[in-house]
Design a protein around this ligand. Structure first.
Ligand code: PLP
Length: 482
């Protein structure tokens, strides 16, 4: 029944003012802990929506009384909601280890400790404590990269003869690293790239776009499926500044294909005195064959083969913070450091602290300290045992549950086809479609992100931290109960 106009005015009169509301002891206490502004905003918003409902004629006197009795709680809930972090943890049960949408590499615990102790106070970020002079921020990680990448340091045998050694600088992400390399080495000149490598990589990274932003001119050679070293050679002229090779990352060309061997490109680049830059994308600092992935060069492989500069991400196979890393010939890296773009793309102390701690784990050979690497090393049997343990805790209910063979994905554009054998929990819930089931898992706290395939929800515990298994059991029981 529509409410009469005059009674709407009466209903409005029942509402307290914001001031009156804030005098309640509960809201005063809330203001003391969460701040007056948040409480005032929430009180205004709750009253405004109540007024709106009254003016829409949706509330009668008793409904308004009911709403008034819950007013304080509504305000408290709203304050809590408005002050909640937007960025929060989720459980990644997709089995994609370097999941770009879920924050790529989870950081090693030592990185958090190092960030806490250096970033919450002052540090020697750009200060040489011994001499009292201004220092460079990149020294903190360059020394570790030298240990990991410069063979002469590791074996006493100079890796590159009389050539300059290997230096490394760090920028915001790999897209920035490619931009910096192209702008420094090829601004105003031409860069030769194979048509088979002009790919778009997650989050709209496109080589032609980066190329034009860097003020270099793209010279495409070969065809999508076949490019020979002679194609590069024919295109070289006096405007050519560098040869670029790009890892295809998320994309694979099979069948009738040809790409020059890296050795061929290296010898062409040396013959014509041009730098060869390789955008590795993922850039592993360990041997991927250890986890059964073949044909993927590590950063060290590429440098040993004679690539002059490689660019790669900090939060892909390296397993550290977001960063773009340029490693290569010291003379070329020095030119990049001197480019004013480097200043615009440089990273913060948080990144240096996280990267230094991650690299230290590599230097110590402690790969298990790096969560992404630990997840890659997990055996199918180990994951299967955990999946069985979860399954056993689910008492017969609306859930039908099975542990089956499947594949985890390294992700992050590591190797497009690189998968790891795993065991999956395949679950169906009576009365719910697989999509509804997976959305109710996303509504859990913390949200559980799963795969949906063939009408079932698939959970891959490879990317779930063992201490999160219990939260999965709880959420599954909860969903089945509803
Ligand atoms: C991932 C990737 C990029 C982009 O790296 P970001 O660190 O995400 O900026 C560029 N090139 C290749 C080959 C990649 O795999």
């Amino acid at each position: 029944m529509p409410v009469k106009i005059d009674s709407i005015a009466d209903l409005y009169r029942k509402l307290p003012s914001v001031d009156e509301l804030q005098r309640s002891s509960e809201l005063a206490a809330l203001a003391a802990s969460e701040g007056q502004a948040a409480v005032t905003d929430a009180a205004r918003a709750v009253l405004a929506s109540l007024r709106q409902e009254i003016s829409d004629g949706r509330l009668d006197a008793s409904a308004v009384d009911l709403a008034l009795s819950g007013l304080e709680n509504a305000i408290i809930r709203r304050v809590r909601q408005s002050l909640k972090y937007s960025l929060h943890p989720v459980i990644n049960a997709t089995g994609v280890i370097l999941h770009t949408n879920l924050g790529r590499a989870p950081l090693p615990a030592s990185t958090l400790e190092h960030i806490r102790e250096t970033a919450a106070s002052y540090s020697n970020l750009e200060f040489e404590v011994e001499t009292g002079e201004r220092g460079k921020r990149d020294v903190h990680v360059d020394r570790l990269f030298r240990k990991l990448l410069d063979e002469s340091a590791a074996t006493g045998v100079p890796a590159r003869g009389a050539e300059p050694g290997i230096s490394t600088i760090v920028v915001n992400n790999n897209a920035a690293a490619v931009l910096l390399a192209l702008n420094t080495l090829a601004e105003g000149g031409e860069v030769i790239v194979s048509r088979g490598e002009l790919v778009e990589i997650g989050g709209s990274f496109r080589i032609p776009d980066v190329m034009s932003k860097s003020n270099a001119i793209l010279r495409e050679v070969g065809t999508t499926n076949r490019t020979r070293v002679s194609d590069y050679e024919k295109e070289i002229n006096d405007k050519t500044r560098l040869l670029l090779r790009v890892h295809r990352s998320n994309f694979q060309i099979t069948g009738f294909t040809e790409q020059p061997q890296i050795e061929e490109l290296v010898s062409l680049a040396r013959k014509r005195k041009l730098p060869l830059v390789e955008d590795l994308g993922s850039g592993a600092l360990f041997d991927l064959r250890l986890i059964g992935v073949k044909g993927e060069p590590s950063v060290l492989d590429s440098l040993r083969q004679g690539v002059d500069v490689v660019t790669y991400s900090g939060d892909k196979l390296l397993g550290g913070p977001q960063a773009g890393i340029l490693s290569g010939r010291s003379d070329l890296i020095a030119r990049m450091r001197a480019n004013s773009l480097f200043r615009a793309l440089r990273v913060d102390k948080l990144t240096y602290a996280a990267l230094e701690a991650t690299l230290l784990a590599y230097v110590k050979g402690d790969h298990d300290a790096i969560p992404a690497l630990r997840m890659m090393h997990l055996s199918k049997e180990e994951i299967g045992r955990r999946a069985e343990a979860v399954a056993e805790k689910i008492i017969p209910s609306r859930l039908s549950l099975e542990v089956i063979d499947g594949e985890s994905v390294i992700g992050g554009g590591a190797a497009p086809s690189a998968v790891l054998p795993t065991r999956l929990l395949a679950i169906a819930c009576e009365g719910l479609s697989a999509d509804e089931f997976s959305s109710s898992l996303r509504a859990a706290d913390p949200p559980i992100i799963a795969r949906v395939e063939d009408g079932r929800v698939l959970l891959d515990l490879r990317t779930v931290f063992p201490q999160q298994d219990e939260a999965i059991v709880k959420a599954l029981i909860e969903v089945a109960r509803k």
